[in-house]
Each structure stands twice: as C-alpha cells, then as structure tokens.
Design a protein around this ligand. Sequence first.
Ligand SMILES: *Cc1c(COP(=O)(O)O)cnc(C)c1O
Length: 350
Amino acid sequence: MIDIQRSPNSKINDINFDSLVFGQVFTDHMMECDYKDGEWQTPKIKPYGPLSLEPSARVFHYGQAVFEGMKAYKDKDEKIWLFRPDQNFERINKSSKRLAIPEFPKEYFFNALEELLKIDKDWIKQGFGNSLYIRPFVIATEAGVSASAAREYKFMIICSPAQAYYSGEVRVKFSEKFSRAADGGVGFAKAAGNYGAQFYPTNLAKEEGFQQIIWTDANTHDYLEEAGTMNIFFRIGDKLVTAPTNDRILDGVTRKSVLTLAEEFNIETEVRRVSVNEIVEAAEKGELKEMFGSGTATVINPIAGFGHKDQKFELPKIEDSYAKFFKDKLMKIQYNEAEDKFGWRYEVKQ
Ligand SMILES: *Cc1c(COP(=O)(O)O)cnc(C)c1O
C-alpha cells in the first residue's frame, strides 16, 4: 500500500532537457516514508516540494543521514530499466545500520520506487546517455538536541533527469595529509558526513589546478584508495588493478560490475592494495597506461594525469582504452542494447 497524491500540474514543459545541469532539476513527485513509534509508516508519493522540520531535528546536529545513487534508463521500446537495484537497497540498509538508523523494508523500497518511476516516467528520456538519477536518502527527523540516535526518521526518494555529460579532462592529486575514512569508521557507508568532509581538501586541490583528490589510507598515506566519490582503477601494462573493499572503501556497484566484465573478457585483474610508489614508478617507466574512476553518475571517468607531492604526471592518450571499453559495455547493458549475461537489468513493469 502506498498513499499517492498526484501533482495537479507538471513542470516538465518548463524544462530544457538539452541543457540539464546535473542534479539541479527534480521531477514532479517524491517518495516520503516516516519512521515513528518503532515502525515505518505507509510510504507516500506526493508532489516534490520543501520539507518542514524542527530546527532541532537530529539530522542538523549529529549528521544521522545516509543516501544512495542509482539511475533509471528508457530503452527504444519505452521500457524502463534499473541496474542492479538490489545492490543499492542492500547498501542503504548497510549504511543505515552503521548510523544506527532502522533498516527499510525491501517491499516498501521496491514498490515505492517503481510507483514513483511510473508516475514520473515522462521524465526518463530515451537516448543513450539520458537517464533519471535517483536519490534515495534517510534523515533523522526527531526533534531535540540530545546526542543519541533518533527515534524518528524520513526515508525519501527524489529523482533528477540527467544527460550524459563530459566532465572535461580530469587531473587528480594524491592526498598526502587528508583522509576520507579510517579503520573502524564509516567509509564503507554512504553517510552524508563523508562527503561534507571532502569538500575542503578537494577545494585545496582545485586551487592547485586539480579537479579531484585520490584518497590515500589514513595511517600511512602510502596506498591509493578512492577517487573523490568514485572507486579507482589503474591499468599497469595490460593489467587492471584496484584496491579491495574494506572499512574505508565504498563497495561500488560499478566497481564490482567492472571486475565481473574484466573476468568475462579475460582482462587480467588484481584486487589488492595499490601503493603510491608503485604508481609513480609505473608512470615514470611508461607502464601506467590508464587511471579511471567508477561510479553510477558518470559510469567510468578517465583520469588524464595526476600530481604527487611536487611532481606532475600525464597519462598517455591511448586508442584501445579500458575506460572506454567498460563504459560502453556497461551502458549497453543498462540501456537494454546488449545481452544481460549476469542478470543485472531490472525492468520496471508498466
Ligand atoms: C557512491 C560511491 C562510489 C560508487 O558507487 P556506485 O555504486 O558504483 O555508484 C564510490 N565511492 C564512494 C565514496 C561513493 O560514495
């Protein structure tokens, strides 16, 4: 059961779908489900609009907030698809658990998400690269500033139409001082505070002319862990290397899909710690052919160069790049243009 309140008029005709800025425009409806008296209440779909919360709501003071990022795609027959949504569902509950937020029921998540997508389906545009970015999130809404887990929450889903966008050449800085996560911390969770804490170091890197930071391990800063808000891959020779997931590294859906595809296409892969020295040496010897980030928003984001201490390195521009290969393979599966060998596509039945 879902309570549905439809918006009396749609904003869709006011939107220019050819010049979307990522995450700025939202669809006509949103999903809202409250947790109180020890249980999740009936999910509601209602017109997208502002919330009214007590200024003392716990989320504003103690950052009890987690989120997800996923996308819906429309194929040539107007069918709507999600990509491995079970992974996002499981991950938001894993994140919630770490933040002492009650887990959300699976049938609520899927029923409400699918209903929302059907109601706002005109916002999902056909065309390779067009998608609807889906942002589920949970916040602690209970009023009162005592520092303890809230007893009231809101689980919400909002949606934003997105185009394929080219972010320009990305150059990254290896972090020498700042860390995004520590052992025993919340790095594996999509906890809101992880992102708030990244902006300052990222701004410092931007002042030096880089677009992103490559996070290194908090203890030694000797190992490369994540690329901004993406997982990171290195191509040394023809070998693909990425760090193993742990307390500090987010278990990305794109990352694990790349690893599965690499195996399918016989690309030699190593999942192990990757040291800064190894990458600097490989770059010096000309063996470092590629670096790229992986994540739902851009799928695969190639990295053009990196900075380490006072040195700067440029990566070669290669024809048969793994970045292009994996991006194309993944997108074709997402848009129902290629065989789905691993059962990753999920149809939103209309
Ligand atoms: C969301 C996220 C990723 C990518 O995860 P996907 O499931 O591939 O979108 C990687 N690293 C961090 C820190 C993230 O927040």
